[in-house]
Design a protein around this ligand. Structure first.
Ligand SMILES: C[S@@+](CC[C@H](N)C(=O)[O-])C[C@H]1O[C@@H](n2cnc3c(N)ncnc32)[C@H](O)[C@@H]1O
Length: 246
């Protein structure tokens, strides 16, 4: 049993500057230069898709969720992206060895990751990419890429009020995330993050926006990711926001 503490913050509700910050970002282009090696990565992802729809698992951490997404979307190409080499080193890519192409594979990967064993093959429609998504999202957009789906599972909450602009919906890269399109899914154990994300999607013109929570028993039985597993075992509510981006 995990005993992860709930998110603690000096915010008691949605940030009072949310609207101002988001409007500013919706009206301003994010100018940070994209490193050449990230441009190359974007080319490689486009090549690897070979015409298949692309799904991103952004901030995939150890990438166990990416395996599940790839197994459930065999007609798509899935890129699990994280900036941390350390986290990706613990990905199924470095654990896998035996064929078992079923949706149970992701669950057994989660179990194996925690008990130290592993016996599952990485699906062929999945690649892990080490990059800062702030750059890779924009490099993909430059190539006119539009996503089938986009997962943001348990992003760092940045709970201090003065960290609003580090949360994805308060970040200057937010308009690029919207422009990538597809079915967007955020999961978080911090209700205020989910509320702000939901509100920001409303401001950005997304459709079918919904906020709910993942069933606790489902998350315990079939966690999407290691963080989901940890938070479910700690009894946290697992908030989910979904939307369709044009
Ligand atoms: C709290 S972890 C969640 C990992 C995983 N999604 C899960 O649910 O188990 C957040 C992850 O986002 C990654 N991350 C944060 N900012 C990022 C960025 N700008 N680009 C790529 N990855 C980032 C971190 O390295 C970390 O692995």
């Amino acid at each position: 049993m995990s005993d992860s503490l709930p998110v603690s913050s000096n915010q008691t509700g949605m940030h009072e500057d949310l609207q101002t910050v988001v409007v500013k970002h919706l009206q301003t282009a994010f100018q940070r230069p994209i490193p050449p090696w990230v441009e190359d990565l974007a080319d490689q992802i486009v090549d690897a898709c070979s015409g298949r729809p692309l799904i991103l698992d952004s901030g995939c951490g150890t990438g166990h969720s990416s395996v599940r997404i790839a197994l459930e979307n065999t007609q798509c190409f899935v890129a699990g992206i994280d900036q941390s080499a350390h986290r990706l080193k613990r990905s199924p890519l470095n654990l896998a060895n035996t064929p078992e192409n079923t949706s149970n594979a992701a669950v057994s990967l989660l179990q194996s990751a925690t008990d130290g064993s592993s016996d599952t093959l990485l699906p062929g429609n999945l690649r892990y990419v080490r990059a800062d998504v702030q750059d890779l999202w924009r490099a993909l957009l430059k190539r006119d890429v539009r996503l089938r789906a986009h997962y943001l599972l348990y992003p760092n909450p940045w709970p201090k009020a003065h960290h609003l602009m580090r949360r994805w919906h308060g970040h200057p890269v937010w308009p690029c995330l919207l422009a990538l399109g597809g079915r967007l899914e955020l999961r978080t154990n911090w209700e205020i993050y989910a509320q702000e994300f939901h509100q920001t999607l409303l401001m950005g013109g997304a459709s079918s926006i919904k906020m709910d929570s993942v069933s606790h028993s489902d998350a315990m039985a079939h966690p999407m990711s290691l963080f989901e597993k940890k938070y479910a075992e700690s009894g946290h509510t697992l908030w989910r926001v979904t939307a369709d981006l044009q």
